[in-house]
Structures are given as structure tokens and as C-alpha cells.
Design a protein around this ligand. Structure first.
Ligand SMILES: [Zn+2]
Length: 177
């Protein structure tokens, strides 16, 4: 069965190994111990699974959240399939140099001096938004983490109040969308 790891879920009460769903309950992948669904507290009926897209649990087994670590997408079971959560931004205000994380929306305040926002290492579907919120002429410079590019360039300068760019990665470089 396509399970890589489960967090916050029940493990086999006999040997502590991962369990997989079978008809009427769950079965330990190691010792074969069977746990009937009726024995499970309702709070433990959701499992969070982590893995590559090919490890997404099969349709019909949707009492799960699934984190696709290759594409940074979280899915929830719908009962008949899987739907991805739309990610939301983590809004942070920065007045000095800052290394962004995937999902950050950075309100950059350069009123006391130019600042540099460094993008995270590229990963597929990574997204960062940077907006200059101050009225000074100090620049907000967005730089990649290494030698990768932003729309083919080595950096992106933002020098107008309320100018905003969204940076998205294909896993190799960054692009402004
Ligand atoms: Zn077991």
C-alpha cells in the first residue's frame, strides 16, 4: 500500500508499525494485526500522509490529508477523490534584509535604508510575493538564493511605493507572474 509515513495517526498497538486500510478497518504492515474501524476514536480517523505523488492514497480511502512533497501541494480527501488546498500567504513586514520562505508575502519597508529580500532555494511551485510599502526612494532588491535567475536576470529591483511582484519557481529558476 502506498503509505510512506503517517503523523498524528494510530500505529499498530501491537508492534508500533504503520497500518494500512483494509476492508472493515486497518491492518499492520509488519505483524498483520487487524484493527477494526469501530475501535478507532473519531479523532484518529484522519491521517496525514507524506510522500511523492505516486504515493497518494487510492480513491476510496480519503480520510486523509496528503502532502505531496515533490510539488509542495496538500490534498484533502473528498470522498470520491482528492482536491488540493489553495495555499495562503504568510504575511510578514520587514524593515531589513530578509531571507524569504516559500509562501511568504513580504511587505518591505525600506524607509530607513535599502533592503534585500533573498528568495528561498528554488523548488517546484514555490511562491513568494514582495511588495514595497514605503514612500522613500530606497530600493527593495529581490535576489535569488544562488546563481539561479529571476526572469533571466540576477535580481529584481522594486523602487516604487506599493509596487508588488509575485515570484514563482519551476524548481530551477524564478519567474515573475
Ligand atoms: Zn504490528
Amino acid at each position: 500500500m502506498p503509505y510512506e509515513k503517517a503523523y498524528g495517526a494510530f500505529d499498530c498497538p501491537r508492534c508500533g508499525s504503520d497500518v494500512v486500510p483494509v476492508a472493515g478497518g486497518y491492518r499492520c504492515t509488519v505483524c498483520g494485526h487487524f484493527i477494526p474501524s469501530s475501535d478507532l476514536p473519531s479523532t484518529e480517523n484522519v491521517r496525514i500522509l507524506v510522500g511523492s505523488p505516486t504515493r497518494k492514497p487510492p480513491v476510496g480511502d480519503e480520510k486523509h490529508l496528503f502532502f505531496d512533497t515533490s510539488n509542495n501541494i496538500i490534498y484533502k480527501g473528498t470522498g470520491t477523490g482528492w482536491s488540493s488546498f489553495v495555499p495562503t500567504y504568510n504575511v510578514v513586514t520587514k524593515t531589513s534584509n530578509y531571507t524569504a520562505s516559500n509562501g511568504d508575502c513580504i511587505l518591505a519597508d525600506a524607509s530607513s535604508g535599502a533592503i534585500t529580500i533573498t528568495l528561498p532555494s528554488p523548488s517546484n511551485n514555490a511562491i513568494v510575493n514582495v511588495k514595497k510599502i514605503d514612500s522613500s526612494t530606497n530600493a527593495v532588491t529581490v535576489e535569488p538564493n544562488g546563481s539561479e535567475t529571476i526572469d533571466g536576470s540576477s535580481s529584481k529591483t522594486i523602487d516604487t511605493q506599493y509596487e508588488s511582484y509575485t515570484f514563482i519557481s519551476d524548481g530551477t529558476n524564478w519567474y515573475i507572474i
